[in-house]
Every structure is written in structure tokens, then in C-alpha cells.
Design a protein around this ligand. Structure first.
Ligand SMILES: [Zn+2]
Length: 629
């Protein structure tokens, strides 16, 4: 929501009055009054019956979105239950919004002080409590409905104001006089810093709200549990010792972070109500968004995200990172951006070794190439020739240089002072520092990153002896030619698994990453479920954890087959809808929840070290094999 400056000022006049309300705020948040419908697979099947796999999941989804559940269910297990909250509260708030608001009320005193003060001055918490306590819409009078709408806008406005005010005040501390700068005079360098401060603030708010949250604690426990399940599962796979050791190590190295806990990736949506999860390939960091851990059992989602750490994209990154070329680029970067020890001798030595160091990037081999090939979403009809690689590298490099040039980046970075419209100059805080032009740089960039191009440019510019206009052109040309070389090697490594649109749309490549994560994640999930001796518990956990796959009644849910066919035409590495459900019902999952396969699907699988004649489940730990009729 955007507000004009005028509205902001008129609202501030009310602040003194509203602040009085703050002391009356009770820290007791409103409780959601809803009684949830309960579910158990035992309601659908007797223990003697073997359910059909996909039918069981479809039935669960139908119940979850039936008129008397509308997305909310309590899934029962022997010793506990799992609340699935994908619908609304009785008074028409999405459950995840309600949870987010409750967290604000409960944790208001640990919010960043300056941010809290603005909210308190506007009576935010009292108003939020009133808003959450509204009656269901069906029983509202016209006036109540309008009051509720107004309060909604007001709350959004106060929240946005608190962000704005806090950031301006923090900028003022860092850059005295900042508050006097007209918008048109704020250079991109300071705008970038403003955005960084905003990220830091989002990060602090998110930690205040969720750090001690019960549902977040469950994510942490599940993550640790799944690490064990992964190690056991990897131990039982019939793969080379080398891959087994590598995969086990990677699973132990993943860092789980609270959404927003890491400013480099903090994101307001993920810290509030978004139902999603992310794995950051270069940072090896995984986060589950608040909307997700507040609305379903997150085991399957976590298992999927963790599998990305074993994927080919992570392998490629680690391979390139292990080369001397990558280390030399990292040194240049550090000397240029951090220690300021950059010297032209270092740059000359780098350029001398550049051509030979590129050769180190030859010879990347994907783990389990047959399995990866099976997981491509579409067949790749053409093989990349050196000419194709040169053509694509040329296009990618030219596009990059064009984008950098159109945002004036080459010019700005080379100027110590920035002119402003009033004739005065501002010091350029990013002068000759390519890293500072990025929102957040943690030295994690892959070798083909745009930052590498800017490092090449800055180094050449600093060391060139040419007169100024020639110096600019030569330096851009050097950066362009070197980028082109790095790009060629990168494309050659990515090859048929590349996720670049350019290669995919011409039929050269198809990325297997997402299907890989679904299949491998399902194996780890099966391993985790296998520990539970009680079959309905395993089924219920699987179903509750698959809730994200259920959709409200829609054309997609009424025509799943045709909807899937339509979605095959989308360039997206994930399988969609019905196809994805089938993928996630992999052989180990089918065994552990003891269901019968009732669908056709071109399944890609990895072999387990099965004991002779034994079912897959015995390879899955075997401590408690389910009763398979
Ligand atoms: Zn994924």
C-alpha cells in the first residue's frame, strides 16, 4: 500500500492521543476460536485393507478442502496430532495471517526498540487486537464491516510508517543530513544502503517474532531428525563409496536458518505469511517461510529442500569453486573490496595465468548421470557443439555488458565524487569497490557471476595507463572478453543439465534439480517414517506433510489429468499438480505407507542395497517394516 506524504503527516498529528492507548494493551493475544475437524487414515481404511496410493492422497485432499473443513484439519496420530491450517479462521482471516499477527502481539516487547516505538505511538497493538477480535462477516452490520475495512488499511499504514521512520532515522545516524536530501538527490549508492538497512530491520523483526516460536522449534527438530534419516538412507543406497561419502558430508553441512535470520536473504514475505521454502545453492542455507511452518507438517518440504544440497547445481558450484581460478578471483575480490590491498602486479599475474587456469574447469562429471538424465522434464534433442557454446556465451556476455552499461555502472564505479542536482558533489562510497554495488555479497558468488565481470573491469581500469576515454573502452573490452571465456567454460560444464532459458528453449538442456529433490527427498522421508511402528501414524504424517499439494476445488482439481498436460508446456523445473503427486509417491514411500500403486508414471529411481529377496523397506532401516498385505 502506498500513501501520499500528506496522509502521513495528518496521521502523525493523531499520534499523541493514540499513544495513550498503548499502556492498556494486554500481551494476551486473541485465541483462534476454531474447533478443527479431525482426520485419520483409519477413518478411510481398516487395517486389513491396502489403500490405493494416489487415491488415498486424493481423498485426503478432498477431505481437507471439503465444505466442512475448508483447508483446516487436525490430523490424528497415536501420541499427538498435526494441525493443518491452510484455510481461514471463523472470522475470515487466513490462518497464517492470524498466526503472524498473534506473533506480533506476543513478541512486541522484543521488537527492535526504535521500530516498536513508532508502532506503539500509533496504538498499533491495541488496534491489531481489536481487528483480530472482529465478528464473522456473516454477522457483521454494514457499519462493522466498514470499520473493519478501515482498521485493515490503518494497520497496514502504521506498519509501513514504522518501517519508513525507522530506516530514515537509522540513515540519518549513518549519513548526517540525510533527512534533508530531496528524493532526486539520493544517489543509487545511498539508496542501496537504505535497502540494506531495511533488510537488517526485516531480519531483526523476523527473529523477534519467530525465534522462540513453537512451530519454528519443530522445524529445527525435524531438520535434525531428517539429517539422521538422510545419513541412514544414503548408507543404504547402492551407489559408489565416493558419492556416498560426499552426500553424507553435504547433508551435515547444510545450515538451517530462521526466515530472515540471515540479512543476505531476508525477505518480508517469507518472514510473514508466504507458504514456501528455499534452499540457497551458493550459501548452502535452507529456510522454511513462516507461512509454511504455521500451516502444515513441514517434513516433506524440508526433505525436498535438503536434497537440493546433493543436486547437480550444487555439485557444479563446488567443482568450480575448488579450482585455482575461483580462488584467484576470490583473492582479487577480497583485495579490491575488503582489505584494499589490490595491486596491479596481482592483476598482471592473474591475467598471465588466466588462459591456462580456465582449463581446470574441464572435466566436470555429474553424479549418477543416468538418473539425472531420467529426471529431465523434457528430452534434450540436441547436443551442444563448441560453436553453440560460443554463440550462447557471446549472447549472455553481450546482454550482461549492455545491462551494466545502461545502468551507468562502469562510469559510476570509476568516479570518487558524484554530482547532485544542486551543484554540490557527494563522496561516492562505492568508488572502485565492485562489491558495494550488490545488495549483499558474502563472497559466495559463482565464477560466472556479474561481480566477476565488474572485478575484471575495475582491475583493468585501475591498472591501465591509457588516457581516460580510451581507458574506459579498453577496460570494458577486457572485462567482456574475459567474461566470455569464463562463460564458455561454465556453459560447457552445465551442458545438457543447464537451467538457462536460452539453452532450454532451443532443446539443448533441461534441468533435473527439482525432480531430483522430489525423489531423493521422498527417500529420506520414507526413511524417517519407517521408524514409526504404527502404520496409520506413518500414513497420517505423510498425508499431513503433503497438504501443500492439495488445492481448493478449482478447474485444476476437477480436471487433474488435462491440467497436468497443459502444465507440461510450462518451462519450470518442477513437475506440476498430478504429476508431482505421483513423483512424491515413490517406491520407498509406497512401501512405508503400505499402499498399492494405482497410477502410471515414468518413475526415476536409485537402487538400494536390497537384501536378497527383501523389500525396499528393509533397506530403509528395517527397524519396523510395515505390514504389507
Ligand atoms: Zn526445490
Amino acid at each position: 500500500m502506498t500513501l501520499t506524504r500528506h496522509e502521513t503527516l495528518s496521521f502523525l498529528k493523531l499520534a499523541g492521543v493514540l499513544a495513550l492507548l498503548v499502556s492498556c494493551v494486554s500481551n494476551e493475544p486473541p485465541k483462534s476460536p476454531d474447533v478443527l475437524r479431525t482426520f485419520s487414515s483409519e477413518h478411510l481404511y481398516t487395517t486389513k485393507e491396502q489403500p490405493l496410493c494416489k487415491t488415498m492422497l486424493d481423498n485426503y485432499c478432498n477431505i481437507l478442502y471439503s465444505p466442512d473443513s475448508l483447508g483446516n484439519l487436525e490430523v490424528q496420530r497415536s501420541h499427538d496430532s498435526i494441525k493443518v491450517l491452510q484455510g481461514e479462521t471463523k472470522n475470515q482471516f487466513s490462518q497464517v495471517f492470524f498466526k503472524f499477527s498473534q506473533a506480533k502481539l506476543q513478541n512486541q516487547r522484543v521488537l527492535p526498540k526504535d521500530f516498536f516505538n513508532v508502532l506503539a505511538r500509533h496504538g498499533y497493538f491495541e488496534k491489531l487486537k481489536t481487528f483480530l477480535d472482529r465478528v464473522p462477516r456473516t454477522t457483521m452490520t454494514m457499519q462493522q464491516r466498514l470499520d473493519s475495512e478501515q482498521l485493515d488499511y490503518e494497520l497496514g499504514f502504521i506498519w509501513a510508517t514504522a518501517f519508513n521512520e525507522t530506516i530514515i532515522a537509522r540513515m540519518e545516524v549513518k549519513y548526517p543530513g540525510f533527512h534533508k536530501l530531496p528524493e532526486t538527490m539520493i544517489p543509487v549508492e545511498l539508496q542501496l544502503e537504505k535497502r540494506r538497512l531495511r533488510r537488517n530491520l526485516v531480519s531483526d523483526i523476523s527473529q523477534a517474532l519467530w525465534r522462540n516460536d513453537h512451530n519454528w522449534k519443530k522445524v529445527e527438530q525435524n531438520f535434525a531428525h531428517l539429517q539422521d534419516s538422510y545419513l541412514q538412507m544414503i548408507g543404504e543406497l547402492d551407489i559408489s563409496t565416493e558419492i556416498r561419502e560426499k552426500w553424507s558430508k553435504r547433508i551435515l553441512e547444510i545450515k538451517l536458518v530462521l526466515p530472515g535470520a540471515f540479512p543476505a536473504i531476508s525477505n518480508e514475505e517469507c518472514s510473514s505469511t508466504t507458504v514456501n521454502a528455499f534452499y540457497y545453492t551458493y550459501l548452502n542455507v535452507l529456510t522454511i517461510c513462516a507461512g509454511d511452518f504455521n500451516s502444515e507438517d513441514i517434513t516433506q518440504t524440508l526433505a525436498h529442500e535438503m536434497a537440493h544440497a546433493l543436486g547437480i547445481d550444487r555439485s557444479l558450484y563446488l567443482f568450480a569453486n575448488s579450482t585455482a581460478l575461483s580462488k584467484n578471483i576470490a583473492n582479487l575480490r577480497q583485495d579490491m573490496c575488503e582489505t584494499k590491498k589490490f595491486s596491479c602486479d596481482e592483476w598482471t599475474a592473474f591475467k598471465d595465468k588466466f588462459a591456462s587456469s580456465l582449463d581446470e574447469l574441464n572435466g566436470f562429471k555429474a553424479d549418477l548421470p543416468e538418473f539425472q538424465r531420467c529426471l529431465k522434464r523434457r528430452e534434450t534433442s540436441k547436443a551442444l557443439t563448441p560453436d553453440d557454446i560460443a554463440r550462447f556465451a557471446h549472447t549472455l556476455t553481450a546482454d550482461r555488458i549492455s545491462e551494466l552499461a545502461s545502468s551507468d555502472r562502469f562510469l559510476r564505479i570509476t568516479k570518487p565524487e558524484l554530482p547532485t542536482p544542486n551543484g554540490k558533489s557527494l563522496r561516492n562510497p562505492n568508488y572502485l569497490n565492485p562489491c558495494s554495488y550488490y545488495m549483499w555479497s558474502q563472497n559466495e558468488e559463482p565464477i560466472d557471476d556479474e561481480l566477476t565481470t565488474m572485478i575484471f573491469f575495475t582491475a583493468e581500469y585501475r591498472c591501465s595507463a591509457n588516457p581516460s576515454s580510451q581507458r574506459m573502452k579498453d577496460s570494458i573490452e577486457v572485462a567482456k572478453a574475459m567474461t566470455d571465456q569464463v562463460m564458455r567454460k561454465t556453459l560447457q560444464m552445465e551442458g545438457e543439465y543447464s537451467a538457462r532459458n536460452l539453452l532450454e528453449s532451443e532443446g539443448f538442456s533441461s534441468p533435473p534439480f527439482e525432480r531430483f529433490a522430489d525423489v531423493i527427498g521422498s527417500y529420506a522421508m520414507a526413511q524417517l517414517l519407517a521408524e514409526n511402528p504404527h502404520l496409520p501414524d506413518r500414513q497420517n504424517r505423510f498425508l499431513a506433510s503433503s497438504s501443500w499439494q492439495c488445492v481448493e476445488p478449482s478447474l485444476d482439481s476437477h480436471f487433474p489429468e488435462e491440467s497436468s498436460i497443459e502444465k507440461e508446456y510450462i518451462f519450470d523445473p518442477h513437475l506440476e499438480g498430478d504429476q508431482r503427486r505421483k513423483e512424491l509417491l515413490s517406491a520407498p514411500i509406497r512401501e512405508v505407507i503400505a499402499c498399492k500403486k494405482d497410477f502410471d508414471f515414468n518413475e526415476c529411481s536409485l537402487p538400494f542395497k536390497k537384501p536378497v529377496g527383501g523389500p525396499v523397506i528393509s533397506a530403509l532401516g528395517g527397524r519396523s517394516a510395515p505390514n504389507i498385505p
